[in-house]
Structure formats: C-alpha cells, structure tokens
Design a protein around this ligand. Sequence first.
Ligand code: FPP
Length: 246
Amino acid sequence: MGISALIAKDNLPKHVAIIMDGNGRWAKEKGKFRVFGHQNGVLAVRDTVEGAVELGIQYLTLYAFSTENWNRPQLEVNALMELLVSTITKETKTLMDNEVRLNAIGDLDSLPKNCHQELKEAMAKTSQNKRCTLTLALSYSSRWELTQAAKHIAELVKAGKLDPQDIDENLISKQLNTADLPDPELMIRTSGELRISNFLLWQLAYAELYFTPKLWPDFRREDLFEAILDYQKRERRFGMTSEQLK
Ligand code: FPP
C-alpha cells in the first residue's frame, strides 16, 4: 500500500507552499557545479506537481527565485533564468495534460524579457485549467510585496478613493499578489533550514510548518505525502482551546 492511501482525502490542505532549498549543497555533495543541482531540482518540481494533482491539492506555490537571489553570481542567475524559460516551455504540455493553471507572483517586470514572455504565454495557455493552480514565486519577497501593497493603499487614500477607517485585513489581503489564492495551510521547507526567509509572511500566519532535511533535488511526491500526513496529525486551533474545537 502506498503512503498516499493513508491520507484522509476529506482533510487535505487546500494550499501547500514550498521553499525548495538545498540545490547547491546537493550538487556540491556530488562534486558538481550548483547549476547541476538546479537542473535536478526541476525533476523534483515535476514529481511534486504531479503528486499534488494526483492527491487533489488545489493550490501549490513554489518559491523558485527570491528578490535576494539576484545577488548570486551572474552566471548562476543566468543559468536559473534559462532553466526557468526552458522548463516552462517544455512543461506546458504536462500542465495542460494535468489540468494545471500556471500562475506567478513577484516582481515579474524585473525578469529577463524572454523569461517574462514565456511565462505570460504559458499562463495564458493554461488559464482555463481548473484542477490545480501552480504558482511560481519569482523575484518575490514578502516585504517587497507588503511594501507595494502599502504604497497602493496610500495612493487610494490620497486620491480620496479609500477611507483609512475601511482598511482591514481583508482589504490588505486583496492588495497582495496572492489576492486570488487562499492562505496556505501547510508550508514545507527542504534542506534542514528552519526559516521562512521572506516568503508569504502575511499569508502563512496560521500555516503549519514542516521541515525536512532532504535536499530539494531528492524531494519526491512521497515526501509531499509524508508532510501532508504529518499535517493531518496536528490540531489547528487558530487561537482557541482544544475544548472549543470539539
Ligand atoms: C534553492 O537551492 C533553490 C533555488 C534558489 C532555485 C529553485 C529553482 C529550481 C528548483 C529550478 C527551477 C524551478 C522551476 C519551478 C521550473 P539553493 O541554491 O539555495 O541551495 P543551497 O542552499 O544548497 O545553496
């Protein structure tokens, strides 16, 4: 019996977010260049997406490139961008076959033109798919996103279109890149690092956090299933007592 059979299908997280970490270390362990790790990371992405679809996860968000990642050596940045473009181009058919809608969050205008273009085309092509929404966080950081939202809200107030009294949590959520996504119930980070690293800080307010020592290129759908099983064993209280939940 596979591990997925143990998962309660009526208690799945609707949205799983993943910090894919450890590509560089994985490559180093094998005496290879970091890019080799990223290339193998794509195989993990593929298997994880397929596993999520198989299980019935409706939203999957992957941290593919942070605002801070622009500071990496130019060669690595270029290689990552090329890998993104080639993967998106190659995998659009797989996304269509699996009825996955491709979505992206982050400062997409800062991406190289061809990367942005490929992304837009794949998003348009898959826009009617309803089974799962795969969101790539690209040139994304949560503080950047929150700063953008604050600026926009300030502009609305300045233009007389918004009363500060009407600013509430819902309005702020609607100003974020994730406006049309539910908050993730589960966040997974690979490679043993125990941090959130500027990822979905607002949206992860009530998320269960799951950390695994596995390096991203070794991650497979069974690891996703393992994380979901762990999630299902936890009691989510949202600030209430156990008794109140019963
Ligand atoms: C973290 O490992 C990984 C990244 C910064 C890039 C993630 C990109 C991919 C898996 C490939 C393309 C993705 C898609 C969605 C097509 P790291 O380099 O920080 O590893 P380290 O911490 O061991 O140095």
